[in-house]
Design a protein around this ligand. Structure first.
Ligand code: SPV
Ligand code: MG
Length: 431
């Protein structure tokens, strides 16, 4: 009996999946791979049911002989262990990341034998509707809110990218790479105070009020499903912070990060170049505890941000604060640095991990940008925030376009460097 293999990355079964099974059955014993949680995340399909439930769902389908869990998007392990005679896949290799999968399968068939059978991808109204419903479920506040805690458990390190509008939200949501056989995408979004303020032409000094910051969150949420980490600055007065926590939870935000500064907050990347005061441990702990008491949902996270290294108070001060903030109820801690090299961040992470194995650590490698998120994960970091790169990329590109038009008295010279008119009018899908 020949072995026929197909991999499913889904929480629901529709005609397309049944078609694949029907086709596969013609060739022999049908083995279906259920993509694991961590691999599904990379595939832009955050699981809404457990892997066990997905296995059971598929086990009971007519025509299926065996179900296994496929741990990686790529098929190497499947070929090594199973030696399938046929791989059945829909012909939806439209994007570069899907092509990476096709190339992987073709290479493996050369090495191990076996044949790829491509069948026309089922695309009809019902399939499209089911697909859309699944996406919409992911965007619901109660589901989105819990996604960050789940993601921390699923991936080696949660990669968050800064967003400040619907458009940047779409970039965070949809950008997927498939280079060198590795499929990757961002796991979460960061609503940065620096970028949200700068985008509104205002300084990063807690001047943009919460109503306006929430408006940005809403714009992002309208067009995305990924979890949101909100930069709550100092959290303001404790009496106000408790209301912010409730509002963020209700919206479906997954976490707020508040920093231990007092008085007029300036951006951390100024360091000691401008006067900045660190809050007392006691006062900041009270703020964290009040936020935790106000919280109604279980999955929302309050993350305490330690500014000791920014203010040159040293690692020991940072560690002392980390301990106190965790004790006060912080679900996670963020450690920040504006040094060019990552040494002090790594030293902090290593030392903190020796005494606390569980509390997630958040890092923001804006200044120390030579280290990779993979290396930071090896030192115990759980969330890596790329805090300002989208806005920093957009500004010089926009300024360049404005200058070119002024210099040449026309737009022709800049045209080849900017998005084509055809692309801009079709960039956003209509419902
Ligand atoms: C932000 O992005 O607004 C931050 C990170 O708080 S930093 O700008 O480095 O302070
Ligand atoms: Mg900020």
């Amino acid at each position: 009996m020949k072995k026929v293999y197909a991999c499913f990355c889904t929480d629901i079964i529709h005609e397309g999946h049944l078609n694949i099974i029907k086709e596969a059955k013609k060739y022999g014993e049908v083995i279906i791979g259920v993509l694991s949680d961590s691999a599904m995340v990379k595939y832009n399909r955050f699981p809404t049911i457990t892997v066990e439930d997905r296995v059971n769902l598929i086990k009971n389908l007519p025509g299926v002989d065996k179900v296994i869990v496929q741990n990686q998007i790529m098929y190497d392990e499947v070929f090594e262990k199973l030696h399938p005679d046929y791989i059945v896949h829909g012909d939806n290799w439209s994007s570069s990341f899907m092509m990476a999968i096709k190339n992987n399968i073709l290479e493996l068939t050369k090495k191990y034998g076996g044949e790829l059978i491509e069948i026309p991808y089922t695309f009809n109204e019902i399939v499209a509707k089911l697909d859309k419903q699944m996406k919409e479920k992911l965007a619901m506040p109660e589901f989105r809110r819990g996604r960050l805690r789940k993601a921390i458990k699923m991936v080696p390190i949660v990669k968050a990218i800064e967003v400040h509008s619907g458009l940047t939200g779409l970039i965070a949501e949809k950008t997927i790479v498939g280079e060198e056989g590795v499929i990757d995408q961002f796991d979460a979004m960061w609503v940065s105070s620096l970028c949200d303020s700068t985008n509104k032409g205002k300084p990063d000094i807690e001047l943009v009020d919460m109503t306006s910051r929430f408006r940005t969150i809403d714009d992002v949420m309208e067009v995305t499903t990924k979890p949101i980490i909100f930069d709550g600055d100092t959290g303001g007065m404790t009496e106000h912070f408790v209301y912010t926590v409730r509002s963020l939870e209700r919206m479906g935000v997954s976490a707020v990060i508040i920093e231990d500064k007092a008085g007029l907050k300036k951006n951390s990347l100024f360091g000691t170049e401008v006067p900045q005061t660190q809050d007392t441990i006691e006062h900041f702990c009270n703020k964290i505890a009040a936020g935790k008491r106000a919280q109604l949902s279980e999955d929302f996270m309050i993350i305490a941000r330690i500014e000791s290294l920014i203010l040159e108070k040293g690692i020991e001060d940072a560690l002392e604060r980390a301990r106190a903030y965790v004790k006060a109820g912080a679900d996670s801690i963020m450690i920040h640095s504006r040094k060019k090299d990552p040494d002090e961040i790594l030293e902090f992470c290593d030392k903190f991990r020796l005494e606390d194995k569980d509390t997630p650590i958040v890092v923001v490698p804006s200044s120390y940008d030579s280290i990779t998120d993979i290396e930071l994960a090896e030192h115990g970091a759980n969330i890596c925030i790329y805090a300002n790169q989208l806005l920093r990329a957009a500004f010089p590109a926009m300024e360049n376009a404005a200058r070119s038009i002024l210099i040449h008295h026309r737009a022709k010279e800049i045209d080849s460097e900017i998005l084509s008119i055809k692309k801009i009018i079709t960039l956003i899908d209509e419902l």
